[in-house]
Design a protein around this ligand. Structure first.
Ligand code: 4AD
Ligand code: MG
Length: 453
């Protein structure tokens, strides 16, 4: 039976016979034997196979070039080479698929930009293999975190008719031809429909029935921002808790990030080692810091004062009532507090209708968690549970309660204080790996002008 290289390297006893199916990373020949460096993506490490002249299949060795796929049968023996426990003494080799000289991953040291143009091949490189293994493990860790705490996983719809964030950055879903605005009532769903920007509103309905829920799925934003932290399609994790206020919401968000950092350190050590060597020397120290130290919490008003008194000239001026820009967020978390920072109680003008109005009548119970290198990873809030006030908020944001009748109903029947947040999975991955561009933690990134693959 085939054994994955990860299992071989973790392996047990010498002389054990194994069959490895993998891709050739490099081959080195001498007179009497050849070395094949094999990788099957199950882990970062390669398995070295030693193929003696005369081994069955040896005549195919010249075609076993970088990128070719092969089967190697053999016995594990302790490796004399440093840094590897076992090597494979081949008893039979077989070529499965050729890779000719045009194979683009022959040489090391390609730029991230170039590798995006070959996104179908880049997972075969050490770095991207590591990124996507970590992505997989962290997806599992997300479910484990919530399931262990009795949160119920809810699949909220991908196609929706309601705009959660009210920012008008939605992709339209239509089967109409020609002028799609002419008769929207004749469209497939009988009304205008979009790809969801957030599962929150539907998530709230389930929290108001099952108490603690979370969503984890694809989310879409049609904003035309070509930055290193925006994608048109990304995955969001959205917990929502009934009988919960802003404090409880901040507690959960911070605990979640700490837990993910701890999980990565414990379960992705080999791959993190690669990132800290080649991408971000400070990675391990940063993750340790996140696990061990409490996050800073600061009200928006105070954060604005800190920014104003910083003596910094920012590209975007700092003014009460304006959104914090990425440069402001990063100043707070990287330079001022030197710690992940939770900013809360934002002015109502710059936040969506569903956030709860504070007693000051000016701010709402919003919270954003900012982390070094990225800025915002979490955006959340305690929700407005009071029917009258929710209707007021909708008026203030020029929304028609009729369009949100089912959402408003939650405030009519057994309304409860409740709170939740959204965490961008890719931004979390950037934080945990040190990979500086969101395009490089998504298998096939969707950004303005890019939908190849
Ligand atoms: O702050 P946002 O817009 O909040 C919401 O959508 C709320 N409805 C969430 C909730 O309370 N349930 O988005 C939440 C997070 C951001 O903090 C960011 O991490 C990520 O989603 N995000 C993006 N990630 C990648 N590309 C984009 N274009 C993103 N927009 C938001
Ligand atoms: Mg936000």
């Amino acid at each position: 039976m085939r054994t994955l290289i990860k299992q071989v390297l973790a392996g047990s006893e010498a002389r054990q016979a194994v069959t490895v199916k993998a891709w050739v990373r490099t081959r080195r020949d001498s007179k009497a034997f050849s070395f094949l460096e094999l990788n099957d993506g199950s882990c970062l490490g390669n398995l070295q196979a030693v193929v003696d002249a005369g081994t069955p299949g040896y005549d195919q060795l010249p075609q076993m070039t970088t990128g070719a796929s092969v089967v190697v049968e053999g016995n594990l023996v302790p490796s004399p080479a440093a840094g590897q426990k076992w090597e494979l003494r081949a008893t039979r080799v077989e070529l499965v698929g050729l890779a000719d000289a045009s194979y683009p991953l022959q040489k090391k040291g390609h730029t991230a930009e170039f590798l995006r143009t070959i996104a179908h091949l880049r997972p075969r490189s050490n770095l991207y293999g590591a990124v996507f293994r970590v992505r997989s493990r962290l997806a599992f860790a997300v479910h484990q975190f919530f399931q262990e705490r009795d949160f119920t996983y809810v699949h909220t719809p991908i196609i929706t008719a309601s705009d959660c964030e009210g920012a008008g950055e939605m992709f339209r879903v239509t089967t109409l031809k020609g002028n799609i605005e002419e008769k929207p009532e004749t469209d497939f769903f009988g009304k205008r429909a979009y790809l969801t920007v957030s599962g929150q509103l539907e998530g709230e309905t389930f929290a108001c029935a099952l108490s603690n829920i979370y969503t984890f799925g694809p989310t879409f934003r049609a904003e035309n921002s070509n930055t290193a932290r925006h994608a048109a399609e990304f995955w969001m994790i959205e917990p929502e808790m009934a009988f919960c206020d802003l404090q409880g919401d901040m507690d959960l968000g911070e605990e979640f990030i700490k837990s993910m950092a701890g999980y990565a350190l414990q379960h992705c050590a080999e791959d993190l080692g690669l990132f800290s060597k080649f991408i971000d020397k400070g990675l391990m120290a940063r993750l340790q810091f996140v696990v061990e130290r409490p996050f800073v919490r600061v009200p928006y008003t105070e954060a604005v004062e800190i920014l104003k008194q910083s003596g910094r000239t920012f590209e975007f001026p700092v003014e009460y009532g304006q959104n914090l820009q990425s440069e402001h967020e990063r100043f707070l978390t990287e330079e001022h507090f030197k710690s992940p920072t939770t900013v809360f109680n934002y002015p109502k003008e710059i936040k969506p209708f569903y956030m709860r109005l504070n007693a000051d009548g000016k701010t709402v119970t919003a919270m954003d968690v900012l982390v070094p290198g990225i800025g915002e990873v979490i955006g959340g809030a305690q929700r407005e549970e009071r029917l009258d006030q929710l209707l007021e908020n909708m008026k203030f944001h020029k929304l028609d309660p009729k369009d949100y009748w089912w959402y408003v109903d939650l405030r009519r029947y057994g309304s409860v204080p409740h709170a939740g947040f959204g965490l961008g999975f890719e931004r979390l991955l950037m934080f945990l790996t040190g990979v500086p561009n969101i395009r490089d933690v998504i298998p096939f990134a969707r950004t303005p002008g890019n939908a190849e693959f």
